[in-house]
Ligand binder design. Structure first.
Ligand code: NAP
Length: 458
């Protein structure tokens, strides 16, 4: 894939960028390693000041940054603005909480290990490579970079090839806040160059957010180098609706959860598993609400859904839906590609899905909802867990016993009860099964790239 910014609403190329050559890659790794030696000698108070200053820069840039995001990957402008604001908030969260999260602990009874004192300290690891996706081009990067830098690590970003403007914006953001030169730099490289960077001895760990094949590839390289890796991969999150739920609220939330970010979020609800008693009513209301959404220019006020970010992403989605319809599924609304420029796809609701269809197993990255009928709560749980993914999930019920059973039984990194999956700096984020390993955000996220050192004193 060329490193180019292409407007998905029109298909027009905004700008093309030269890849960094091997000398430039080497210089950026060297700068990151040198910056780490400086950064690990600074205290939390200094880093806090720089992180707050960088957050202020991001907030001040909200208009241009949001327009850049929307032009480059097509999400509605209001959502791009929200992404920028959320990113600045997370930077302040880690600026203010890093010291507490990394304070370590002291053994109450050191004599149990024959010591006069025993305690732990968290120390930074060094240069971490971040391979990131285009769907939240600022937020996905910030949620790694803010904790990593506050811990005293430095970062190298290999961003998705279709968001180079975001990569270049992030290339200077932290230095504009005062962080030492080289603390966080972008590498304009194709995916094929990731291996060389990760095998470089100056790079000590990696994090990847993206698809499962990309994650497997990076994890295999990291494994062969014995380097720590965090993976945030795909998801096909279930959204369970039980008879006791407030159906109108569940439907409204289901629509938002399926279509936010043009349906291209890892934690969009993708499979709606509805108890037979309320299935038909849910489908009727859900289909009506989905078809009422406004699809169009993501820069325009009032647009709910913009284009998909890439031509190939739309082709993948078309193939998934066509496969399901050919196998006997019904497109209650949507399901056909509109004429005209840009990579638009309509909000789509499918019923009658079977395990033989690709959509049963694969992630639909776009505004396509699969609705399943469940005989009862146990059947809903069975369908929900019949997937290789395990990122997040949602449960709608007013029955306390049922809630407890479903929360305990769902194979997922998170469960949202009577709500929808959202990432918060305060809560751990990550998946199980093929959705990934490790955690981002919260105290867990900042500790991922630290050496937890035990200190024993006679
Ligand atoms: P992708 O193709 O895997 O790309 C993600 C990043 O990985 C890009 O920077 C890409 O570079 C790079 N990459 C691709 N193949 C690689 C390889 N073999 N080795 C090293 N790097 C490689 O994913 P995407 O289609 O852009 O993003 C959508 C996927 O990300 C979905 O599955 C979604 O669920 C997942 N996602 C997960 C989370 C989460 O937190 N769990 C969040 C957001 C998205 P190029 O662009 O140069 O190919």
């Amino acid at each position: 894939m060329p490193i180019a910014s292409i407007n998905p609403a029109t298909g027009e190329t905004i700008a093309r960028f030269e890849e960094h050559d091997d000398a430039e890659i080497d210089a950026r790794i060297a700068a990151a390693a040198a910056a780490h030696r400086t950064l690990r000698g600074t205290g939390f108070a200094q880093r806090r000041e720089w992180m707050h200053a960088a957050a202020d820069v991001l907030d001040a840039d909200v208009d241009t940054a949001a327009e850049m995001i929307t032009a480059e990957m097509g999400k509605p402008l209001a959502q791009a603005r929200a992404e920028v604001a959320k990113s600045a908030k997370a930077m302040r969260f880690y600026a203010d909480r890093a010291e507490e999260f990394l304070s370590g602990w002291t053994l109450d009874d050191p004599s149990a290990v024959g010591a006069s004192r025993a305690h732990t300290v968290y120390q930074p690891l060094g240069v971490v490579l971040a391979v990131m996706p285009w769907n939240y081009p600022i937020w996905q990067v910030i949620r790694f970079a803010a904790p990593a830098l506050m811990a005293g690590n430095t970062g190298l970003l290999k961003h998705a090839s279709n968001v180079p403007q975001a990569a270049l914006y992030l290339d200077t953001l932290f230095e504009r806040g005062g962080f030492p030169e080289g603390s966080f730099r972008s590498l304009l490289i194709p995916a094929a160059k990731v291996e060389g960077v990760l095998r470089d001895p100056r790079v000590v760990a990696a994090t990847l957010t993206g698809s499962e094949p990309a994650g497997r590839s990076v994890a295999a390289i990291a494994g062969s180098e014995v380097k720590h890796v965090v993976l945030e991969l795909g998801g096909s999150d279930p959204f369970l609706v039980m008879p006791s739920a407030d159906l109108d609220r569940a439907v409204a939330t289901a629509v938002t959860s399926r279509t936010t970010n043009n349906g291209q979020a890892c934690i969009n609800a993708k499979r709606f598993i509805v108890h037979a008693d309320v299935h038909d009513a849910f489908v009727e209301k859900f289909a009506a609400a989905m078809s009422a959404l406004r699809v169009g220019d993501p820069m325009a006020d009032g647009t709910d859904i913009g284009p998909l970010a890439t031509r190939s992403g739309r082709e993948d989605l078309i193939e998934l839906v066509d496969d399901a319809v050919a196998g006997g599924a019904t497109a209650v609304v949507g399901g056909s590609v509109p004429d005209g420029d840009g990579w638009f796809y309509p909000p789509t609701v499918l019923t009658g899905l079977t395990p033989q269809m690709r959509l049963y197993r694969e992630e639909a990255f776009g505004p396509v909802a699969s609705v399943y009928r469940a005989a009862d709560a146990e059947d809903a749980l069975r369908i929900a867990n019949d997937t290789t993914f395990g990122l997040s999930s949602a449960v709608w019920t007013e029955d306390a016993d049922e809630e407890e059973r479903l929360v305990a039984g769902l194979d997922a990194g998170a469960v949202f009860v009577n709500g929808m999956s959202i990432s918060y700096p305060e809560l751990p984020f990550g998946g199980i099964k093929d959705s990934g390993v490790g955690r981002e955000l919260s105290a867990e996220g900042i500790r991922e790239f630290c050496n937890l050192k035990s200190v024993w004193k006679a």
